[in-house]
Structure formats: structure tokens, C-alpha cells
Design a protein around this ligand. Structure first.
Ligand code: G6P
Ligand code: MN
Length: 445
């Protein structure tokens, strides 16, 4: 079974390959094809994977190519893990936003819109190629902003593209652990959009234990989200939000923290990963050791620029490494072997959240099997959550329209309608600022 990784020169690819090396079951991935437009990154990562596989019998064979169509032919699964414009682009997204006093985060607010505008045309091109060259393949989208990018691809691939994120699983795990339950046995009722969802119930042996957690400030203090949002606010909400909702509920503080002195998250990661790719290229150095070193450093500073205050204290190593590879592997396994699994994924709504149309990609628990992922019925969101979800989905739709038509005015509309951007003039200046620094936005006219 062939797995193609688009963005195969990416820093997290060794995590995926490490997970594959641990999979001994029948019908596992036997062949990995890495595609990346950058041959240097590709050879650095290929060296790491070769060292990882050194002592493993029957390790999946790895090949690398800079030709996308070659990489896609014959693939059973395609992981899309691209970063259009690289980490340098991410740092530019942040800088332009902070200069206007708004958020530059790669998935939320102005930064997320800019990143989406750059990424959607590339993701759509990829989706079209998959539809033509590997029509039976399943595409698992890792690329942020994951909900928006998955929706863009679903217009060409239907339900054959599924978006993943590790944050709902990580949140569910932390909440279950705080309640003294085995995370594997807790049913997490979570719904919303990617990076915009809420845990509304945690059912352990059929009984919802979330009220017990919300009523206990001390217990809540043991969970990262409890410290991040504060016990009073969570009790008021009656739910535990995804950590990314910090950008909404504490917007002003988040902007202040992010725009403070020191490098932005993107600039920090850019410098750090740059060192890895440089080291891995040097003959004689251990590529795997260089990767491990950088990874450890990254984990130590896991929390994004405006989430530092929460600390990474109660995160398990699997939380810190993202856990993306585990979600992706669980999804791939459930499809390939028709092993029934319940996973929180980004899929088309099909009536699950009544306020959104059927085509809107949402993040909800899904039943997964050989036929893909089906959203499970979900209780309606409370009004405040529905309002936020609808506002952000409307922005995403403007981003998709701008990417499709190349209309600059539509791009302005996307920024201006975002709940965290408080002026149409700011939106206009953001479009000016972003088009000035991103060659990838030259299509906006
Ligand atoms: C979380 C999010 C991801 C994001 C990751 C890394 O796991 O769910 O979407 O890519 O954090 O963030 P970082 O700021 O380290 O790139
Ligand atoms: Mn995510």
C-alpha cells in the first residue's frame, strides 16, 4: 500500500514515518513517496528517515521526487502537509497583522485569512491532480488553516478528503485524565469548526462527567485549558473550548502578547528549523540526531506566541509532538482495514450542525470505516457558539470566493467580516500589506 506525502520535506514527516515503523499489522503502508518542490529539504528528511529505518526489519520503502504527478500516481493515501510560502511566509503573515494591531496567528484572524488566501489555490490544484491521477485515493489534509483548506479540496474530491487536527483529541485526553478516566474509554462530545470547537460533554460509561469538572476549580486548574480560560469563565460557558478560542475570548491580551518584543512564533520556528536543514545537509553529521535535537527544542516552546502563559506543564509527550501522526494513522487504518473507529475529523456537515449548509466542512466526531468518515449526529451548539461558527464560516466562504475569482475586493470583504477585525479600513490596509510581501498573492486583482 502506497502512501504519498505532499510536503514530504517537512519537519514533521519523521513523526509520521516513526508511527508507520511501529505499525506491524496486515495491510500496513509498505511504500512511502515523498514529494516536495525543494530538493534540499527532501534530501534532509530522506536522510532522517533512512536512519530511523536502519534497524527496523521490513521498514516501508522510501522514495522521493520533486515531480508531483509522479508522486500521486498509484497512491492509495495522500497526506497533504504543505506550507505555502514556508515559515518565512508565516512570519510575514504575523508581522503585517501585528502592525495593524490584529492577530497574525496562522489559523485565526488576519493571519489565518492571509495564509488561507495563499494556500487555497495550491490546495485546489493538488485536489484536481489527485482527482485525475489517483481518483481512488483518500486524501488526509494536515495543512492549516485545516477546515478551510479541507473545504476547498472537498469541492473537487467530495468526501475523499478528510481534514485532521490533533487539538480536539489532545483536549479530550486532558479532560478525561483530569476526571480520572481512561481517555480511550471516554466519549468526547465536541463540535464546531477547526480550531473553533467546544467540548460539551465527556461520557464515561454513558454518564456525562463534564459538570463535575466544571464545578471544581481545583480540578480544572490541573487542565491546561482550565488555567488558560479560568474556572469562572468555563463554568459560565458550560463547556471547555479548544485552546484556540483563547484568541477570541482574550483577544486583546492575545494581540498584546503576540505583538510584544521577541520573535513571533513563525520567525522563531523559521530560524530553528533552518538550523536543522542546514545541519542535516552537512556530510558526516547524524541527520536523525539533528532532527531530534530540534524537535526537543520545539516542544519546549510548544505554546504558540500568545498562549505561553498557560505553560505546557500537563502536556504528555504525545500532546507536545502534535499527535497528528497518530490521528492520521488511526484514520488511515480505519479506512484501509475497515476497522470501525470514532474520530474527531474535518468533514462535510451533511446536516450535523443545523445552522450550516451540507457542504460546509465542520469538525465533529465521525464514524470511520472502509467508506470513509461520516459525521455522527450532534446536539445543537448554544447560540453564542453558533454565532461565532457562522461568522467564521462566512469569512471562509469569502476566502474561497476570492481564491476562485482572484477578486481583491472579495479578499477585503473576507478580512472585514472577521469578528476579530474591527474596521473595513484595517481590512483594506491588510490586503495592501499582504499583497506587498507575498508573491503568492499576486493573483488578487
Ligand atoms: C496544534 C495545532 C496545529 C498546529 C500545531 C503546531 O497542534 O492543532 O494545527 O500546527 O499546534 O503549532 P506551532 O505553532 O508549533 O507550529
Ligand atoms: Mn490544528
Amino acid at each position: 500500500m502506497r502512501l504519498t506525502i505532499v510536503g514530504g520535506g517537512g519537519f514533521r514527516v519523521p513523526l509520521v514515518y516513526g508511527a508507520l515503523l511501529g505499525d506491524r499489522a496486515e495491510g500496513r503502508v509498505s511504500e512511502v513517496v515523498l514529494y516536495d518542490p525543494d530538493p534540499d529539504r527532501l534530501s534532509a528528511v530522506t536522510r532522517v528517515l533512512a536512519e530511523q529505518a536502519a534497524d527496523v526489519p521490513d521498514a516501508p520503502a522510501v522514495t522521493a521526487t520533486t515531480d508531483l504527478d509522479t508522486a500521486l500516481r498509484g497512491a492509495r493515501f495522500v497526506f497533504s502537509a504543505i506550507r505555502v510560502g514556508g515559515l518565512e511566509g508565516r512570519a510575514r503573515d504575523e508581522r503585517v497583522a501585528f502592525a495593524e494591531g490584529v492577530l497574525g496567528q496562522e489559523t485565526v484572524g488576519a493571519g489565518g485569512i492571509a495564509y488561507g488566501l495563499r494556500t487555497v489555490p495550491v490546495a485546489v490544484d493538488l485536489a484536481r491532480r489527485v482527482a485525475r491521477l489517483a481518483p481512488d485515493a483518500w486524501v488526509i489534509n494536515f495543512t492549516n488553516p485545516a477546515g478551510l483548506v479541507t473545504e476547498a479540496m472537498s469541492r473537487h474530491l467530495g468526501d475523499r478528503v478528510i481534514g485532521i487536527c490533533d487539538s480536539p483529541v489532545g483536549l479530550g485526553r486532558r479532560v478525561a485524565r483530569a476526571l480520572g478516566a481512561d481517555p480511550g474509554r471516554a466519549a468526547i462530545d465536541y463540535a464546531g469548526l477547526n480550531h473553533l470547537g467546544w467540548v460539551r460533554a465527556v461520557r464515561i460509561d454513558g454518564r456525562d462527567q463534564l459538570p463535575r469538572l466544571l464545578a471544581d476549580p481545583e480540578l480544572l486548574g490541573t487542565v491546561e485549558e482550565g488555567r488558560l480560560f479560568g474556572a469562572d469563565w468555563l463554568r459560565e460557558l458550560g463547556a471547555v473550548p479548544n485552546e484556540y478560542l483563547h484568541y477570541y475570548y482574550f483577544h486583546r491580551e492575545a494581540v498584546r502578547a503576540g505583538a510584544g518584543p521577541g520573535p513571533t512564533r513563525g520567525a522563531f520556528l523559521h530560524r530553528q528549523q533552518g538550523r536543522f536543514y542546514e545541519e542535516a545537509r552537512r556530510p558526516g553529521t547524524g541527520a536523525l540526531a539533528a532532527w531530534e535535537r530540534t524537535r526537543a527544542e520545539r516542544e519546549a516552546t510548544y505554546m504558540a506566541e500568545n498562549r505561553e502563559s498557560a505553560g505546557a506543564g500537563d502536556r504528555e509527550p504525545e500532546d507536545l509532538s502534535g499527535g497528528y501522526e497518530k490521528v492520521a494513522l488511526a484514520l488511515m487504518r480505519a479506512i484501509a482495514r475497515d476497522e470501525r473507529a470514532t474520530l474527531i475529523l474535518n468533514v462535510r456537515n451533511r446536516g450535523t450542525l443545523a445552522a450550516l449548509d451540507a457542504e460546509a466542512v465542520v469538525e465533529v466526531p465521525c464514524l470511520v470505516g472502509a467508506n470513509g468518515a461520516r459525521p455522527m449526529a450532534a446536539d445543537p451548539l448554544p447560540a453564542h457558539a453558533t454565532a461565532l461558527v457562522c461568522a467564521v464560516k462566512a469569512v471562509e466562504r469569502e476566502v474561497l470566493a476570492a481564491a476562485e475569482t482572484g477578486s481583491r475586493a472579495t479578499a477585503v470583504k473576507a478580512f472585514a467580516l472577521h469578528p476579530l477585525i474591527d474596521s473595513v479600513d484595517v481590512a483594506r490596509r491588510l490586503v495592501d500589506g499582504y499583497t506587498a510581501v507575498h508573491p503568492g498573492l499576486a493573483y488578487l486583482r
